[in-house]
Design a protein around this ligand. Structure first.
Ligand code: SF4
Length: 292
């Protein structure tokens, strides 16, 4: 199997089969991320993909979903994705769905009709790294798009009926930026239909440009109290029916529930952790997070 950066997946995809169809990240400019720094962006050749699928066929791993590898495998053209799905279904008839991480701009080269076609052959539940709906923050972090673009592109997913997952990166704005980040991001999601919103917390590692900014006094990280208040505000502002999960290792407490039914419960749970553990204990938790 070819895995240029190991296997990367959200916690919910542990039992999938993994297949690399792109390497690295097509963007690679976000201030807080060097995740794929040793793996330049590349489309995997079809022969390599077919040979990896054959290897998967011979493994004794029991899976019915393929989680594509690379930061944004959904960037591939529809024609390629159809060919890849054909190969997957030919060699691995047990596979029911195909997903992976995605960037919002991966949707630029796909129409609603094409997305419908891709949904019909099993593509779905891609994790879109939206991170924020706050334009100033998106610029500050060099995400490469604005909220309007997120709305325009993700509506295509909704119109095509392809279920998708959006993320919220708590603490991204640093000190004093949490509430506007929470409100602006909820405003974007409230106009869309994500099947799930998946939240995690910014946790800086030494080799990122943002860490250099911290050292140079150009960026101040959010306190743990601010992060909890921001997450509470984000949940409070969401008003679409969806699932909310924040169970990443970067969360000092795991929460999940349905919006809107479980909003109060999740907000109260966050408050309890803040009241009972306090800033220092939560900060110590984050310091111990050594990898994502
Ligand atoms: S956060 Fe995602 S889009 Fe940004 S550089 Fe990292 S992998 Fe690429």
């Amino acid at each position: 199997m070819h895995f240029s950066s190991g296997i990367n997946r959200p916690p919910y995809e542990a039992s999938d089969g993994f297949l690399q169809i792109t390497s690295g990240c097509s963007h690679g400019k976000c201030e807080f991320c060097t995740f794929y720094k040793d793996s330049p962006f590349k489309l995997s050749p079809m022969e390599e993909i077919e040979s990896d699928i054959k290897e998967l066929m011979q493994s004794d791993w029991d899976f019915d979903r393929i989680y594509l590898q690379g930061a944004d495998p959904f960037i591939r053209r529809t024609e390629d994705l159809i060919k890849i799905a054909d190969l997957i279904h030919y060699y691995l008839p047990q596979v029911r769905s195909i997903g992976g991480y995605a960037r919002v701009d991966n949707l630029k080269n796909k129409t609603v009709e094409q997305l419908k076609e891709l949904a019909d052959i099993g593509y779905g539940y891609f994790y879109f790294g939206v991170e924020s709906g706050d334009d100033k923050l998106l610029d500050r972090m060099h995400k490469g798009y604005h909220a309007d673009f997120v709305l325009e592109q993700c509506r295509k997913m909704d119109n095509a009926g392809m279920p998708w997952i959006g993320n919220f990166l708590g603490g991204l704005g640093g000190h004093n930026w949490g509430l506007s980040h929470a409100r602006e991001t909820a405003k974007v999601y409230n106009q869309l239909k994500p099947a799930m919103i998946y939240a995690s917390e910014l946790t800086l590692f030494p080799d990122t440009p943002l860490s250099a900014d911290v050292a140079a006094g150009k960026y101040e990280e959010a306190t743990e109290t601010e992060r909890i208040q921001e997450m509470q505000e984000f949940i409070r502002c969401l008003n679409i029916p969806t699932i909310f999960r924040a169970e990443h290792v970067t969360m000092p407490i795991r929460i999940n529930g349905r919006i809107p039914e479980d909003k109060d419960g999740m907000i109260n749970k966050l408050q309890k952790v803040l009241d009972e553990r306090g800033e220092e204990s939560l900060h110590n938790y984050r310091r111990r997070v050594s990898s994502l």
